[in-house]
Design a protein. Structure first.
Length: 357
């Protein structure tokens, strides 16, 4: 299948409405039961839309991730917005929309469309296909640089064919970076990889310029994890820092209670949360060494919290609130996490506009 695309102009510029520096990228959250809010014509500037939970919202740059809501928390749409003219299209199974600087892409592949054989599992083949398509699209459209990748892997901790499915995923992610001539250490994108129901789903933001990859001095770089965590290491940086016009944007990868390469505080979700927040602070400090004009603080970030057990919601929320000193801008999802002994993982981003709450 070839590239097809269509263009449309946004009906307004959000920057024009602001007396402050124009910040082009914006992250919004909308309750899943209010899809009409996405279509508000005064805000027709969506780059990409992610529905967490079931949704029939139809848009070329929309993806549904089959997650389970935390009781008492609404399921939601997450929307990445731009104030610039966009172009949308499809390439094989990928859907995308981009402006001059930023591309949002997404892909969902059913493992049932792939066959396990002697050389690899259906999940491996789906992962290889997804990443081949992503890298081909980025080459064709000259958005060479992945900024941030969100991976959702059904039954991520299940062992099949003698190896955990997260490790199967890692084998093929790493091979795909190799096959497209990309670095597998150093200059690699920020990412997260967690469980979800249904299909292998991946969405990402990419750009024309390379981000600065940030590592965490408290943690071994994931791409150097020893082989006890799998035959091929996970390929991601601890954060990526993007220079976009006058805007500096940071994406902090999924961050867990790992020091060095080991999981700490097995079985203790409160201690795991405290430890991962030390990691987020360390990543913020490292990020600020590379910024030109921004000093990112805890309060500047939007957080997403993944809980293996939704019953841990109140306890983790209380710790996050205490750490920040105020109510965090945060969303919570129930999700399995890529190591069976991890109970909580938190990711964050900042420097773009975001929901005011
Ligand atoms: C860790 O630090 C926890 O495989 O893309 C965090 C972020 C984790 C990204 C990935 C995995 C990934 O190893 C797990």
């Amino acid at each position: 299948m070839g590239l097809t695309s269509s263009s449309r102009a946004p009906s307004h510029s959000s920057c024009r409405n602001l007396a402050i520096i124009c910040r082009m990228l914006e992250l919004n959250h909308i309750p899943l039961n209010k899809p009409n809010a996405l279509l508000d014509s005064s805000r027709d500037d969506r780059l990409g839309t992610i529905a967490f939970g079931a949704s029939s919202f139809n848009d070329v740059a929309a993806i549904t991730i089959e997650t389970i809501a935390i009781p008492s928390q609404n399921n939601f749409f997450e929307v990445w917005r731009t104030d610039k003219k966009t172009t949308s299209g499809q390439f094989e199974a990928l859907n995308y929309r981009h402006d001059d600087d930023v591309l949002f892409g997404s892909i969902t592949l059913a493992e049932t469309d792939f066959v396990t054989d002697a050389t690899s599992t259906a999940l491996q083949k789906a992962t290889a296909s997804a990443y081949r398509q992503i890298f081909e699209l980025l080459a064709r459209l000259s958005f060479r640089h992945l900024w941030r990748v969100w991976n959702f892997i059904p039954q991520i901790n299940l062992h099949s064919d003698g190896i955990e499915r997260y490790r199967q995923f890692n084998i093929e992610r790493s091979a795909a970076f190799d096959n497209s001539g990309r670095a597998t250490e150093g200059n690699v994108p920020a990412a997260s990889a967690v469980g979800a129901n249904g299909s292998l789903s991946i969405y990402f933001l990419a750009g024309r310029n390379a981000p600065i990859a940030i590592e965490n001095p408290r943690q071994l770089s994931a791409y150097r994890y020893p082989s006890e965590y799998g035959p091929r290491s996970p390929i991601f940086s601890r954060a990526s820092l993007i220079e976009l016009d006058e805007q500096e944007i940071v994406f902090i990868s999924g961050t867990a209670s790992i020091v060095g390469h080991r999981t700490l505080h097995v079985g203790d979700v409160m201690a795991q949360t405290e430890e991962l927040l030390l990691n987020i602070d360390a990543v913020l400090d490292e990020t600020n060494k590379s910024t030109q004009r921004t000093r990112f603080t805890r309060a500047d970030l939007f957080y997403r919290v993944y809980l293996r057990d939704a019953d841990d919601f109140s306890r983790v929320q209380a710790i996050l609130r205490g750490w920040l000193g105020t109510a965090p801008r945060a969303v919570y999802l129930q999700a399995d996490i890529c190591r069976a002994d991890l109970m909580v993982e938190i990711e964050a981003s900042g420097g773009h506009l975001m929901d005011i709450s």
